[in-house]
Design a protein around this ligand. Structure first.
Ligand SMILES: [Zn+2]
Length: 331
């Protein structure tokens, strides 16, 4: 019965979704999606080669793009955002974090649909070619089996060489080797190739994917500068955008990023960006992004970052379950 009710609520929502702009209007906005690895199909999610938590299958990426295109959204990249978006239109932007080689599998799709994307690279992964520690731990199990969750959380605050030393000590040198193409970082020749691709922008995603929030300005600058230099050596130019690890930042992170000349910064708190977006504003330095997960309906998740009102949310509010529409933030 509950299932039947939620199915009917979903179909009412969908009906409403198609008509809401005429009925209620919608803020003109930019929606930024924060995505990560990509696998050719869902069977890879269960392969164990890659931590499936933040990974999407190719058809799910295509479903996201189609959802926004069919709803009249314009796909944009860094270049268009910096040039200024039309404040009377709707826009969406794809960002992919961590620099998995598997992101390149998507190029034919992006080219076919003419959709730009940003790839945010981690300096240490580019330099060493090591597997990402979260994928290693997904294969091996936690470093501290007595306290798996705590050890995983504390690793986000640990410098990468220390994490890798712990992993090697417990699981051996070979554990840092990627399982294959599916979980490996991009190589320098691949980065050089996409750096000149008209649809792709490369961003700085820190040196060691450590939470920058709470670090001293000197350490933040040293971390981001190292990756700027690494990427500049490979591509011939330094990124203009920064993606904060885990989306977390504070005034020190923002101030360093500005001083280093980054024009846009990407964070993680879910919200739509109201237009016009003022460059140099605080908001431009911590643009909110939405995550999309492989375990839930792609359309329902796209609706959750897009629709400001749905009939089922009204019912939930009546039942005191809170309002769940996305916020719209302005610069
Ligand atoms: Zn990341």
């Amino acid at each position: 019965m509950t299932n039947r009710l939620s199915r009917s609520a979903a179909s009412v929502d969908r009906w409403f979704a198609r008509r809401r702009r005429n009925l209620m209007g919608e803020h003109h906005c930019l929606i930024v999606l924060g995505l990560h690895g990509i696998v050719p199909d869902a069977t890879y999610l269960r392969s164990g080669a890659i931590d499936p938590s933040f990974v999407l299958a190719m058809d799910q990426i295509e479903a996201i793009i189609n959802y926004f295109l069919e709803d009249g959204f314009i796909p944009v990249g860094v270049e268009q955002v910096l040039a200024g978006l039309d404040p009377m239109k709707y826009h969406f932007m794809l960002t992919f974090d961590d620099g998995y080689y598997n992101n390149l599998l998507m190029l034919p799709l992006l080219e076919r649909l003419n959709v730009p994307a940003q790839f945010a690279l981690i300096g240490h992964a580019v330099r060493t070619g090591h597997a990402f520690w979260w994928d290693v731990l997904n294969r091996t199990g936690p470093i501290d089996p007595d306290n798996p969750l705590e050890s995983r959380d504390s690793l986000s605050l640990t410098p990468l060489p220390e994490i890798e030393a712990k992993v090697v000590q417990r699981f051996g040198e070979h554990s840092l080797r990627p399982a294959g193409d599916i979980d490996r970082p991009m190589k320098t020749d691949e980065i050089r190739r996409i750096a000149n691709h008209p649809l792709i922008t490369i961003a700085n995603h820190s040196w060691g994917h450590r939470i920058l929030q709470g670090m001293s300005e000197r350490d933040i600058e040293a971390d981001l500068t190292r990756t700027q230099e690494e990427l500049q050596n490979i591509t011939g130019f330094a990124p203009q955008t920064v993606v904060y690890p885990y989306g977390l930042q504070d005034p020190a992170v923002l101030s360093v990023s500005r001083r280093m000349g980054f024009k846009l910064g990407f964070a993680g708190n879910h919200a739509k960006i109201g237009l016009p977006l003022r460059l140099n504003s605080d908001l431009a330095m911590r643009l909110p992004r939405f995550s999309i997960f492989n375990t839930r309906s792609i359309v329902a998740q796209c609706e959750s970052c897009h629709l400001e009102w749905k009939p089922s949310w009204f019912v939930r509010r009546m039942l005191h379950q809170g309002m769940v529409g996305p916020k719209v933030v302005y610069s």
